[in-house]
Design a protein around this ligand. Structure first.
Ligand SMILES: Nc1nc2c(c(=O)[nH]1)N[C@H]1C(S)=C(S)[C@@H](COP(=O)(O)O)O[C@H]1N2
Ligand SMILES: [Mo]
Length: 312
């Protein structure tokens, strides 16, 4: 596959015209365009677009998004889709507890009755530098927070993935790659109730999610590195103290609590300046807060944290 070097990609092609907005059309059209561009020594024919918050990026095809994953419960390669089919999502419940006035346990099938379901197209950027764009369906987390009424003591929110060694044998004690199961992630309360923070219940226009992408409930925090977006969650806990997350416990110097995306702050072992779009294999400059700076930078305005802390 042809790889356009960043220097030649003088303009972002995140945004394509409306008539090209279905993934299938985009695939064909982009390839044709890029083939044409190749003939013109790498100069794209697309008009220059700078992605604004309300611009719609272009979805990655589901076949690609569901077959290149990080989901360590099912293996440490990107090819975990088959193993993840072991997930049993039929009698799933979500428990919301901790520092709240009205803790609740809600069955998956009742979520749509109590929370406003909407579609959102979000960029996703893994700390390992691959990136894609996913059309999620689900609800903004602040709606759920309102249902349980956080107590004044609540300062953080922890999102916990399933724990079931019968489904994910790697979670058996003593497995050679023993990890601190279950997978879990944390946000400040302010981050959690930010309008962009989303719990996905569906994707690609459907009311369910491919198992490999974190069925049946998946946190989505689009301005942070992908590891913050915990998959297959069954518990959300409001806390007074900052929780330690899965990767932080394993390798805290490389995968911190904040993990906000910033092209200028390298991972200790590689540059974060560019990202590779799955499917096209094109490289683009990484965007501050993954392109959502306008919306989320105010969250961090008063903080005097060094970049290595806020962005790693
Ligand atoms: N439970 C769980 N959630 C997880 C992970 C995981 O291994 N287990 N990987 C994280 C990482 S590192 C990334 S990049 C994204 C990957 O999401 P995707 O496979 O849908 O692209 O899920 C995140 N959520
Ligand atoms: Mo990741």
């Amino acid at each position: 596959m042809r790889i356009l070097k960043p220097a030649l990609m003088r303009r972002p092609v995140w945004h394509l015209p409306e008539h090209m907005a279905t993934p299938e059309n985009v695939w064909l059209s982009r390839r044709q365009l890029l083939a044409g561009a190749g003939a013109l020594a790498g100069v794209s024919l697309l008009p220059r677009r700078t992605l604004a918050l309300d611009d719609e990026p272009v979805a990655t095809a589901e076949e690609i998004a569901a077959n290149h994953n990080n989901f360590v419960e099912f293996g440490t390669t990107k090819k975990v889709a088959r193993a993840a089919r072991a997930l049993k999502t039929s009698s799933w419940t979500l428990t919301v507890d901790g520092e709240v006035e009205q803790p609740l346990t809600i069955a998956l099938e009742d979520i749509g009755k109590r929370l406003p379901i909407e579609d959102r197209l979000y960029r996703h950027r893994c700390v390992e530098t691959w990136a894609l764009v996913v059309p999620w369906r689900g609800f903004a987390f602040h709606h759920l927070a309102k249902l349980v009424t956080p107590k004044p003591a609540a300062k953080y929110v922890q999102f916990t993935s399933f724990l079931d060694p019968a489904v994910a044998p790697r979670q058996k004690p003593g497995w050679f790659s023993s990890m601190p199961w279950p997978y879990r992630e944390g946000l400040t309360l302010a981050e959690a109730v930010h309008g962009l923070t989303f719990i996905a219940t569906g994707a690609y226009g459907r009311d369910d999610i491919a198992p490999s992408m974190g069925a049946p409930l998946r946190l989505v925090v689009p301005w942070k590195y992908g590891f913050k977006s915990a998959k297959s969650i069954d518990r959300i806990t409001f806390l007074s103290e900052k929780p330690v997350s899965f990767w932080e416990e394993l390798q805290g110097d490389e995968y911190g609590f904040w993990a906000n995306i910033n092209p200028a702050v390298d991972h200790p072992r590689w540059s974060q300046a560019e990202e590779r779009q799955l499917g096209t294999e094109e490289y683009y400059p990484t965007r501050l807060y993954n392109g959502y700076a306008e919306a989320v930078a105010p969250l961090y305005a008063g903080m005097k944290l060094p970049d290595e802390v806020l962005f790693r």
